[in-house]
Unconditional design. Structure first.
Length: 553
């Protein structure tokens, strides 16, 4: 049993209420986004034992353009940022001078093992789901826990079931949740002895499939509460049953590093929740549904219009089927005819619909994501080609990628590294690793393409100087070739081993200069020898040659 701590439980309950109140203004917007784009996303009421979770939720969607665009964004971000099929980060040392051979090998082995753990776990599946939440709702959150079987276990939370609190830097460092678990799950996760009397009773009487509402909190451990389970931990975590005694916890523990990553597409000021492409195009999404509905109604009235008939035909057999015959009285002047004549401008309607669909796809960057999936040209994908084709899009995505590195990728890599280190799954550091912080360099397709956008200016400058050199060779004196090569290699993240270090280059140039000097001296010596020979062969009379005469002889 966990030692009771009523002050801590009261604090958690009060803060959960405060964060829930702060989140209230976002709920209506999120519900609209869920209703019109991703109906299966979002849990906006923590209600147990609901029997309608599997019911259809797509009644508001006639045109699924936005749904498909959101899925394309999730797949594109997965492929372009955290691809399961290629390395997307490297480990380096802050002080690169200390990265000796053994240190470099150690970093490579750590990197290889981390990628293997990520691949063997559910991390990439969870990230894919999180990217869709990010694109639609503007905020996504994953929790990374230690796992006995797969080393790590990643859970993607859905909008509406969690609340966030920011630190002074505007980064979410507090996570509160309200969600449901079955009685069986509660007992399996937290242990029978830590459960309430109500849960124990349900479990003992075959009620393991009944649901209960769970509250949870993760926040920095400021030392407010003194508890043996929280000593020397950077973050504290608690789980409890909502509506039960205020001094009981299902679980109380601490973390050495942040166990969750809450990341936003774009934020305003100190807001804990983000803005998204889905929010930006929600008006278009709603308009598209209405246009498709009106278009279908117009076509339906045109193809199957309401009809009028002679009163004489009342209660008489009539047929509107193809090939059907209806007999009318001889005196009837009406027969069957449309009540209204509908001639809809189908082409005009389709053009307006296509414009709306295009705006939605553009807001979700669908053309960029599909281009990443269907690159035309040399494989493997050429980041330079991506940058050239979609430079404007890449520039717009730049702030988003930088925010993801700061709010998702950095803490994710740190968390995985720390978990593996505690589990002794990483190699022992070499003695040469005496100083320097381990840094992470991101080498995903989108990261590389983002860097490659800047290479265009370097290429244009070099080409410009090269053109000038055709008329003025001294123009080349303005180009610092060594710095240009180093800068370009850094921009495209070329492997450092491709380039010689500065000392090697200096030694090679010195050797080349010495060889050139020796060659010049040899040529001068050969010229002098040939000149002397020519003089010796030249007869100037009196039994003397020209060389003897020059020597005074």
């Amino acid at each position: 049993m966990i030692a009771p701590c009523i002050d801590m439980r009261i604090y958690f309950d009060k803060r959960l209420v405060a964060l829930r109140s702060e989140r209230t203004s976002w709920l209506t917007h999120w519900m609209d986004l869920s209703k019109f784009i991703t109906p299966r996303r979002g849990r906006f009421l923590a209600t147990q034992n609901q029997g309608n979770r599997g019911a259809s939720k797509t009644s508001n969607i006639i045109d699924s353009t936005a749904t498909h665009a959101a899925q394309a964004l999730a797949a594109g971000m997965q492929s372009g940022i955290t691809s399961p099929t290629r390395p997307w980060f490297h480990l380096t040392i802050e002080n690169e001078d200390s990265e000796s051979g053994p240190v470099h090998l150690w970093l490579d082995e750590c990197h290889r093992r981390m990628l293997a753990v990520l691949s063997d776990s559910n991390a990439y599946n969870a990230l894919h789901t999180a990217y869709e939440e990010l694109g639609v709702f503007g905020t996504a959150c994953i929790v990374v826990e230690e796992d006995d079987d797969d080393v790590i276990r990643v859970q993607t939370l859905t909008v509406g079931e969690y609340m966030l609190g920011n630190n002074k830097k505007g980064v979410a460092d507090s996570l509160y949740r309200e969600f449901t678990m079955t009685v069986g799950q509660v007992v399996e996760r937290f242990g029978y002895d830590n459960c309430s009397v109500a849960v124990k009773s349900l479990y003992d009487h075959q009620g393991q499939d009944r649901e209960v509402i769970i509250g949870a909190a993760v926040e920095p451990n400021t030392g407010r509460f003194k508890h043996p389970l929280l000593n020397k931990k950077a973050f504290l975590s608690a789980y409890w049953e909502m509506g039960q005694r205020t001094d009981e916890f299902l679980e109380l523990k601490g973390y050495d590093e942040l166990p969750f990553m809450a990341f936003r597409w774009r934020t305003l000021s100190n807001e804990p929740y983000g803005e998204s492409p889905g929010m930006a195009c929600l008006g278009d999404v709603k308009a598209l549904q209405k246009m498709q509905l009106k278009s279908a109604q117009a076509i339906d009235k045109h193809v199957d219009p309401p009809m009028v008939a002679s009163v004489d035909m009342k209660n008489e057999a009539a047929s509107l089927l193809p090939g059907g015959i209806t007999y009318v009285p001889n005196q009837s002047q009406v027969g069957f005819k449309p009540a209204i004549e509908i001639q809809p401008n189908i082409q005009g309607i389709e053009a307006k619909i296509a414009e709306c669909q295009k705006r939605i796809k553009t807001m979700f960057y669908e053309d960029l994501w599909l281009m990443l999936q269907n690159m035309e040209g040399v494989q493997p994908r050429n980041q330079m080609e991506i940058a050239e084709r979609k430079q404007e899009k890449m520039l717009m995505l730049g702030p988003v990628l930088e925010r993801l590195q700061y709010e998702l990728l950095d803490p994710l890599v740190d968390r995985v590294f720390a978990i593996m280190q505690r589990a002794e799954l990483l190699p022992v550091p070499p003695p040469e690793l005496t100083s320097g912080k381990i840094d992470v360099e991101y080498v995903s397709t989108l990261s590389e393409a983002q860097k490659a956008v800047d290479t265009g200016s370097v290429e244009r400058m070099v080409a410009f100087i090269g053109n000038l050199a055709g008329a003025r060779p001294d123009a080349l004196d303005n180009l610092n070739v060594d710095e240009t090569i180093a800068l370009y290699g850094d921009m495209i993240s070329a492997p450092p081993k491709l380039l010689m270090d500065a000392d090697q280059v200096a030694a090679m140039r010195q050797q080349r200069a010495q060889q050139a000097q020796q060659q010049q001296m040899m040529q001068q010596s050969m010229a002098a020898t040939q000149g002397a020979k020519n003089l010796a062969d030249t007869d100037v009379g009196g039994g003397m040659n020209a060389l003897q005469k020059m020597m005074g002889g």
